[in-house]
Design a protein around this ligand. Structure first.
Ligand SMILES: CCCCCCCC/C=C\CCCCCCCC(=O)N[C@@H](COP(=O)(O)O)[C@H](O)/C=C/CCCCCCCCCCCCC
Length: 214
């Protein structure tokens, strides 16, 4: 709990995503989870209107943490290991959610899709003009990524929440790494790691036809 409430710092998120890939290009589960926890911390700072989103992410993080503390924890130390284990043991629902409603694969797929949104959003943030509206950046990146997976009611709630986002400079200052310029500098550093984690995961899920899990 204390961990979830700790102060957000962009650098910690950056370090986690940097640590995600090992020399064999495997995505390591623990830093992946830590990176997401850091992002939730940031989301919580943006106001209670975002709490329905952070609750959903926390539920998914907790599912993955349970796997990591179960007697099968070794099989969940990387995304590659998890896919292999769940596929070999038929632990993934492909048609509809039933016996394996909360498999690691479908849970990570939701976070993976959200990582695509993050990638688009941060790219917009880092390359946009000072007077650009974060709500517009957020809406555009959401519409081109996650929106197609969400029902109308979620899309409406999400779009309303985006309207409450602070200005670009206030948003960058919330990252807790100094001036907006310094935050942009750090985003420049963070982006390649986030993109690489996204690409490796995308390839893995594509190879095992896991990109449409219910
Ligand atoms: C480097 C830091 C700077 C940027 C900080 C951004 C912080 C973002 C933190 C979290 C991102 C949100 C991740 C959302 C995950 C959504 C997963 C999902 O799609 N869940 C749906 C499907 O799950 P199942 O039902 O199949 O289990 C679920 O139905 C959705 C629930 C709630 C709505 C999710 C909306 C996602 C909007 C993403 C934008 C977040 C806005 C952040 C504002 C900056």
């Amino acid at each position: 709990m204390a961990d979830e409430q700790a102060e957000f710092n962009l650098k910690l998120v950056l370090v986690s995503f940097k640590q995600c890939l090992n020399e064999k290009e495997e995505v390591l589960m623990d830093p992946y989870i830590t990176g997401w926890k850091g992002l939730v911390r940031f989301l919580n700072k943006l106001g209670t209107i975002f709490s329905f989103i952070s609750k959903d992410v926390m539920t998914k993080i907790q599912i993955m943490e349970r796997f990591r503390s179960s007697d099968q924890k070794e099989n969940y130390s990387s995304l590659q290991g998890m896919v292999q284990y769940e596929m070999d043991n038929k632990l993934v629902d492909f048609q509809k959610r039933s016996d394996h409603a909360d498999s690691g694969c479908r849970t990570i797929l939701r976070l993976h899709r959200a990582l695509h949104w993050l990638q688009m959003f941060l790219e917009g943030l880092r390359t946009s003009q000072e007077d650009c509206k974060t709500s517009v950046l957020c809406t555009d990146s959401y519409n081109s990524t996650l929106a197609s997976y969400h029902p109308w009611i979620i899309r409406k709630a999400v779009t309303m929440a985006f309207c409450t986002l602070p200005s670009r400079s206030a948003f960058l200052e919330t990252m807790n790494v100094g001036t907006p310029e310094e935050a942009v500098e750090m985003l420049n550093e963070a982006m390649p790691f986030i993109c690489q984690v996204y690409q490796v995961t995308q390839k893995l899920f594509e190879e095992h036809t896991l990109l449409d899990l219910p």
